[in-house]
Design a protein around this ligand. Sequence first.
Ligand SMILES: C[S@@+](CC[C@H](N)C(=O)[O-])C[C@H]1O[C@@H](n2cnc3c(N)ncnc32)[C@H](O)[C@@H]1O
Length: 304
Amino acid sequence: MAENPSPDPKDSNGYVPRDALPAGRREFHFDRSHFDFIAGLLYRLAGIHLAPHKIEMMYSRLARRLRELGLKDFDAYCARLDSEAGEQEIGFLVNALTTNLTSFFREQHHFDHLGQVVLPAVRASQTGSTRPRLRIWSAGCSSGPEPYTMAMVLCDRISDVKRWDARILATDIDTHMVAIARQGVYSSESLKTIPAALRERFTRQAVDASGDRVISMADELRRLITFKPLNLLESWPMRGPFDAIFCRNVLIYFDRPGRMMVIEKFGHLLAPDGFLYLGHSESLYGVSGSFLQVGPTIYRRTAR
Ligand SMILES: C[S@@+](CC[C@H](N)C(=O)[O-])C[C@H]1O[C@@H](n2cnc3c(N)ncnc32)[C@H](O)[C@@H]1O
């Protein structure tokens, strides 16, 4: 990981050649071998593919982390990742290098579909049942707005939801995000995308440990959700079947084999006619033939 800066960091394809970064202007020396080591680890452990043009992004996000840890350079950071402490550091690494961007009612048409198509279909398929079963999974839930939005739709649309055996599973690889989601406390700014009537009904004013006023999700919603850390590229403990799986804005981080593997497993865990929701820039085109597209980024599992 020797220092070897060059005035022009890009080759003719726009890629940054090995050891050719303008290290002079930086607080920490960082070259292509650091990028390759960290990107390789991220891929092996989290399945996240970082293209070489993300090299600047990697530097700027991890420089902050080096400062926090009081490390003198990226050699020390790579050594830490390579050591026993590296197991704990990987969560911070994923956190720093992926975006956890999310919001309540993000891509509202998915929640309209959930409320208007999926819930009535599940109810109709269990007519006469005293305790209809419903299972929904938020796979890559980030800090929680997605599963809490699902819970609001369920409570709003199913008047007797307490009678139902209804569960929402919310998972993410980033344990820090899972902890925030489980806490279910948000700034009033982030709640603005929730329709006023639902905000009024499902959120509560609260005071946090430091005495600041915060807004907390209602117990009615919390009761429906189980939060768990889960790497989608490792083995999954749950058996399903799920009536709906939301995996939105997560597959973009995986390469094609990773995406294909995850989608195939979703197909196995979905109930016949269960629905899969992807993010606005994602698609199953060329990835799987086991789903029928029924709306923008909404897919129904077809018979196996
Ligand atoms: C952009 S957020 C999407 C949040 C939410 N689904 C939404 O669309 O609003 C992407 C999330 O995927 C998670 N993620 C990335 N790789 C993952 C993996 N291998 N397994 C599980 N979650 C992963 C990240 O931690 C992050 O919280």
